[in-house]
Design a protein around this ligand. Sequence first.
Ligand code: C5P
Length: 220
Amino acid sequence: MRMLVSAGPTREFIDPVRFLSNRSTGRMGYAIASAAIAAGHETALVSGPVSLDAPPGLAALDRVVSAREMLAALESRIDWCDALVMSAAVADFRPERAAQAKIRKSEMPDSLRLVRNPDILLALLPRKGNRVFAGFAAETGDPDPGAADKLARKGLDLIVANDVTRPGAGFEVDTNIVTLIAPGAAPEHLPLMSKAEVAARIVEKIEALAAAVASEPGRR
Ligand code: C5P
């Protein structure tokens, strides 16, 4: 299979030195790209700014900074892939204007006007076809109800849900505790595992979902 994986945060600049972002380190997405390569899939990675080495064996690596750049990179690769794993923590908002020069402290406004970034999964949904689309739901608290809603709203085949407040899960750690949720199936609650092990399980799940799509009468 050809797997397209997004990873890391995005940065949304206020001026050339300041930005809005989030705590994503990219470790989960990079682990998924590594697991996909290890399973023999041609793998392309679109990465926000992270301090990780590129997994050896990638078919392509696009380094991007903002959500809009990430969308553009994924748009140009979507037709190539059989499965998209959207593990990037895309910033939902950006400053309405990015100043060309550093804003002096004395001139910084008391409030910033934000505008909504494009939802990348929703933007790519019209081009999904028979591709498997997987997304993530990082929640604070029980992730399952929000994740099930996201699955339907974003037309996904799989959601990887986690409660980022649980010790050993979420940002800045090498382990995760996730639930795999696919339409019409009982949620699979996985125990605390390394991100490498979680990634291998996600890749196996995507392989199974792709096989199911391929065997559906009238498709492929
Ligand atoms: O909408 P929400 O952020 O709760 O959903 C998370 C999922 O949606 C993740 O897979 C994330 O990569 C994706 N996402 C996106 N575009 C955004 C925000 C999130 O594709 N602007």
